[in-house]
Write a protein that binds this ligand. Structure first.
Ligand code: KIV
Length: 283
């Protein structure tokens, strides 16, 4: 029996009111992300495809990063260094096609980030014009501030990234926590201040000592979005696959899996294989 349209919309409204999920009525922009500072933690996920983007948006995630973590997470590379601008554009376009309410941010690969400012601006422009991103993320603090200023002056919103910089992994000598010593704390604070002064609308802090992250969050006027940087940040970002429990092998200690989809997927695939072999599917 067909349900009358009025009663269907009333039912949906009722469900929306009852739901504990945050509901995003409008498209989220960088101003909204900034305005969350001091009011509500920013929620962010790294995602790389349209399906995940749609689900994350419906779940109320504020910001979707099309991160170069796609290198390790979905493309089978050992780290983020082989990720090219074309790969970022391809996956950003997929995420943007889902038309998420969440802000869509493209990660700038290290090749583009460290060539001259015109090349960086051209790369960022491609993310916005061709792929549908609404902002870009760039790794680096004081040393990248001039380039961030150039981008923001041109109207490209920038999410900065300090602390552990995976694109500098060979230089940094491995994955570790930053900001434990007074010298590193000062240096990270200087990074956060420099990128903020250059116009970044928010700053990602990766693997920063928890107390240091708190000091930085209290110091800067924009949200500090942590990953492995503890509870004193103004928001959190994780890799979507890690949250879903889809990542094979060991994940970093700070990751929290909210589901065990890896196990479920394996079970579903094995059931399919068995049923096909036993001629139970198709019926
Ligand atoms: O590439 C990425 O996904 C990232 C986040 C995890 C911060 O840089």
């Amino acid at each position: 029996m067909a349900i009358p349209f009025r009663s269907l919309t009333r039912k949906l409204e009722h469900r929306k009111r009852k739901s504990t999920r945050p509901f995003h009525p409008v498209k989220i922009n960088t101003q909204h992300i900034r305005s969350l500072k001091g009011k509500q933690p920013v929620t962010a996920l790294a995602v790389y495809d349209a399906t995940s983007a749609a689900l994350a948006s419906e779940a109320g995630v504020d910001l979707l990063l099309v991160g170069d973590s796609m290198g390790n997470v979905i493309l089978g590379f050992p780290n983020t260094l082989p990720v090219t601008l074309d790969m970022i554009l391809h996956h950003t376009a997929a995420v943007a096609r889902a038309k998420p309410a969440s802000l869509v941010v493209s990660d700038i690969p290290f090749t583009e980030a460290h060539r001259d400012a015109d090349i960086l601006l051209a790369a960022a422009a491609r993310c916005l014009q061709e792929a549908g991103a609404e902002a870009v993320k760039i790794e680096g603090g004081v040393t990248m501030a001039d380039k961030i200023r150039r981008l923001t002056a041109a109207g490209v919103p920038v999410l900065a990234h300090i602390g552990l910089l995976p694109q500098q992994i060979y230089q940094m000598g491995g994955y570790r926590r930053f900001g434990k010593t007074p010298e590193e704390r000062e240096s990270l604070l200087a990074d956060a201040r420099a990128v903020t002064a250059a116009g970044a609308f928010a700053v990602v802090a990766e693997m920063v000592d928890h107390e240091t992250a708190g000091v930085i969050a209290r110091d800067i006027p924009v949200p500090l979005i942590g990953i492995g940087s503890g509870p004193h940040c103004d928001g959190q970002i994780l890799v979507g696959q890690d949250v879903l429990g889809l990542t094979p092998g060991k994940t970093p200690a700070f990751v929290k899996a909210y589901a065990r989809l890896g196990e479920e997927v394996k079970t579903a695939f094995s059931n399919y294989v068995r049923e096909v072999r036993e001629r139970k599917f198709p019926t």
